[in-house]
Each structure stands twice: as C-alpha cells, then as structure tokens.
Design a protein around this ligand. Sequence first.
Ligand code: M6R
Length: 599
Amino acid sequence: MCGITGYIGEHTSSAVLKTGLQNLEYRGYDSAGIALVGDELQVYKQQGTIDGLSIPTTETATHGIGHTRWSTHGEPTDENAHPHTDCSGDVAVVHNGIISNYDDLKQELGGHLFESETDTEVIPHLIEEELTAGADLRAAVMRALTRLEGSFAIAVTHVEYDGIVAARQDSPLVIGHGDEGMYLGSDVTAFVEYTQQVSYLEDGDVAHIDATGMTVFNDGERVTRSVQTVDWDATAAGKAGHDHYMHKEIHEQPTALRQAISGRIDELAGHATLEVDLRDAFLESIDEIHIVACGTSYHAGLYAKELFEPLTDVSVRVDLASEYRVHDGHDTQRTLVIAVTQSGETADTLTAIRQAKSCGMTTLAITNTVGSTITREVDDALFIKAGPEIGVAATKTFVSQVTILALFGTYLSRLRGTLAAGDAADLLANIRQLPSAVQIVLDAESQIQRLASQYADSEAFFFIGRALGYPVALESALKLKEISYAHAEGFAAGELKHGPLALVTEDTPVIALLNSGAIADQTRTNVKEVEARGGPVVGLTTTGQPDSFCRHTIEIPELGRLEPLVSNVALQLFAYHVANELGRSIDKPRNLAKSVTVE
Ligand code: M6R
C-alpha cells in the first residue's frame, strides 16, 4: 500500500530516491519522506505528495531510504510520515504493511520516546534496543523482526552503517543491480530507469545491500536470490505524451492485448496453447471453479464466469476475495481456485488463496506481476503481460485478464472435450480480432468525450446490462466513481424496475449495454422504462444497429461474446473525460492507492 525506495552508490542519493518515490506514488500519496546517510542521518518528511518535499541541494549523502504513504495507523500528518527514527535519531526505518502487535510492543518499549501514531515507529525503537545490547545493524534488525507480528516490508539505515538492511514478510520488496549502485523498491518501477536487473526477496528474507551487491539471509542462513531481467523499461512506465497514465493505459489496450495473445493460440490446430503447469488429469477431474478477486479483477471474474459456462461442464462461482469462505463438506480435491489480481499483492486475494490452500484446494493466479507474492503462493500462474499499469484505475489489465481467462476457458473445455470445434473457433477468432476492435473504439474518442462533457455535471450515473453486459455495467460504474467521485452505480438491467428506477430523473443518465452477448432485447424494455421517465439513455449498440429508443448511441464493432468487453473501453474513456471535465486527480484519486496490501 505504501512505496519504499532505497539507494546506495555513485549517484546523488536524494535525486535517485526522489525519482523512485515519484515512480511509486501510485502506491500511496498521503505523505512522503527520505532519510539520507552522510556524516549524519538527515530525515526530510512531510504530509502531501513527493513534489512538495524539499531537500537541500547541498545534500550529498551516499545512500538513503524513502517512503510514500497510504495511511492506515494515524492521519496523513508530518509526524506520521515515514521514515521513523529511534530515540537517538541514528536509526531510520520505512515500512509497508501492518504491525498487528504494535500496541503491546509500544507498552513494552515504555522508556522510549514516540512521536507518531503509527504502528511503524515501534520498529526503530526495537532495533535501538538490540543495538544498545551490542548487535550490529543486520543482527539488530533480525532480532527485532522476531518480535513483530503482521505483514511488512522494511528498509533500515543507521548513521554509522555503510549500507541498507531490508526485510520482507508478506509485502513485496525488489532489489535492483545497477552499474552505478544498488537499488531497493516496493516494485521494479521504483528504479527501472537505472536498471532492469532485479532480485525479488522472499518471505523471511533479510538483505544487506551495499554499493557493490547484496547478501541475503533467511532463517539465519545465507541464501541465493537469482538476478532476473525485467522485460519492460522506463519508457513503458512513462506517460508517453499523454496527460495522465490512465489515458495512456486506455490507449495501450490493443498492444497489451497483442502481448497477452501472442504465442497462445495455435492457428493451425485452432486451440489455445497456454503454458499451464497444472496436470491435465487434475483439470479433467474438477467439477467446480472458484474465482476470487477484488474490484476490477472481480468484474473480470464475473465476465469469465459468463464466458466459461457455455464452454465447459464445470460450475463456476465468483467471490469477492474478502467474502470468500469455504464451508465443510465441499469437495476440495475437485475444485480449482483462480485468483485474479493485477498486482499479485492484494491482501484480501492472498487471504482467500491461503484459505483455499489450507483446505487442500489447487490454486491458479492470473496476474500481471512477475515475482509478486501471489505467484510464490499458488500452484500455477498465468501472466497477462499487460506491461506496467500505474494509474490507480485499472484499465488495460481488465481486458487482458478477461482475455487470458477466455483462453483458459477454451483450453479447459478442449481438454475435457466439452467444446464443439466451431464454438472454439468462433471465440478464438473474436479474441484475435479484439485488439483491432478496441482500436476502432479508441479512434472514436472525440464522440465519447463530447458525451462526457455534456453529462459531466449530472446528479448520478447508472449503468445497466444483462449477461456479459452486467459485469461491464459494474466495472464502468466503479471506474467512474473512482476517478470522478460522481455517484455511479451498476445494475443488472432487469433489477432496475425492482427499486433503482426510483432514482431515475432527467439529471441521471443511464448507460445501457445493448451489445451482442448482453441479451439486448430484454434490456431495451428497461431502456424504454427509463426514457419514459425522462432519463437520458446512452446505448452501446452493435455497429450498424443504432437504437431509436436511446437518446445517444455509441457503436461498438460486432464481436460476439467479446463485444461488451469492447464497450467497456468506450466507458473507460467516458469515465476519464467526465473526471477530466471535473478537474479530478485522475491518476491518484482521493483516499485510494493502486495496490491494497491490507485487509
Ligand atoms: O491488484 P488487484 O487486481 O488485486 O487489485 C484489485 C482492486 O484493488 C483494483 O482492481 C481496484 O478496484 C482498481 N483501483 C479499480 O480500478
């Protein structure tokens, strides 16, 4: 939820750390701070974004650590900003995660001086106690960690220590190996302009990093962590001339989709060739799939359920990860649990997966993030290969998640012999056409922008759809409320008359999914109910089939069961332009963060 950076090497540390924090700001942006080690340890921190943090230009420290915060314990104030220090001011700590026993520890540390309301502040004081008892910094950190309960990634510096000590337990940390020093980050974005050579720390790891390399320990033993090359660079993580990351990422969808599909369809044989490691015999034996996910990823799961059920004889249940419960009597040996998560770090999704594993169920992750926590915990992982997504609003990863799930559905059904060759060919053809269909919608942006500007000041927005249109209605409402703060709700179209219709007025546009795959004829009845009450309707219809009952139509290329997915792109643009009209902080909406690592 928060972002951590660290650097030791030949560059000016303050500049590298500041860049790192700017790159990580999407993880949290309530406050920011840096601790620099030179002749003495200097801490600069304050409420607000990293741009507001002033560091003297004379600062020439050789190494340091930084933090950008999404508040959990304590308000976003200067005092609660990280880094936190011990009583002497010699130790500085930045932390991502939660220390669940911090209240008890604070009492045990009775004689120490605390200056913040954070859980983090117990850590430098615990380290201080170990240092006073004679340990060096690495040993002091290791001993302090044994007293912590909860999840954490931390980075620690000391005024007399020529290096950084980092540790992880259930929160991500990556080390970068550069020609001009060593880097530390909550994720690779923190330092990708300096190096693409990275090592992912694992749970229980404690690393010592100096200017020449790293040494990693786990459970007291020295361990090796491989150096991998990430396959994207700083250009992929930049804005490329767009005003916002969200706009850039919406426009990257054709490319992201081509990356997701590439090499995964056997054109001659006409089937998906996914790199699935789960045994065929297991996939043939299952009778149930549970999809667990949060937010946008949950909506991708709902879309996949609608796609899967006609393809396979497996029943599919989709649960919000935070609501997932496995009840006694469930046949855990015949269930596959699929976690859908862009970041691979969402705490609710990790908890659901751990519950599934503890019941003996087999788990598969669909994720964008190589090296993420979930990939280390599941039995198998499929990567969506969308490239970095920096905007807090998930956009390109949604379409890629659905695409990989669709490919997995055809893979499974072929294995189980439940899919007629013609049906597989149709869906695979739609998947292949998806990038160009999305491009057609992107090219029609000006029409969508005009509609957004006409309705931006509306009292509320309602999205309605059936079948494959329903998850898109939910997702479009989430996108709009998240970045514009407008009241937006998604409804199953048939439910409108059972209550929500009371909310419809001339000032509440209703956006209706009238695509193929969305049982449009029945939804048209609901459109008429809205128009009869003066509510303006924007209909998403198949190209060439404009709907006379709708006040406006946005035409979407004909694409069978993937057509509502293409409509979703139009509605991402709609949300973006409404938020832009309203002058919102699109990439960093209030109160939110990209990766939610607390339950
Ligand atoms: O990284 P994940 O896919 O697990 O994240 C799940 C949600 O937090 C995420 O989709 C969130 O709802 C987005 N900000 C929505 O745009």
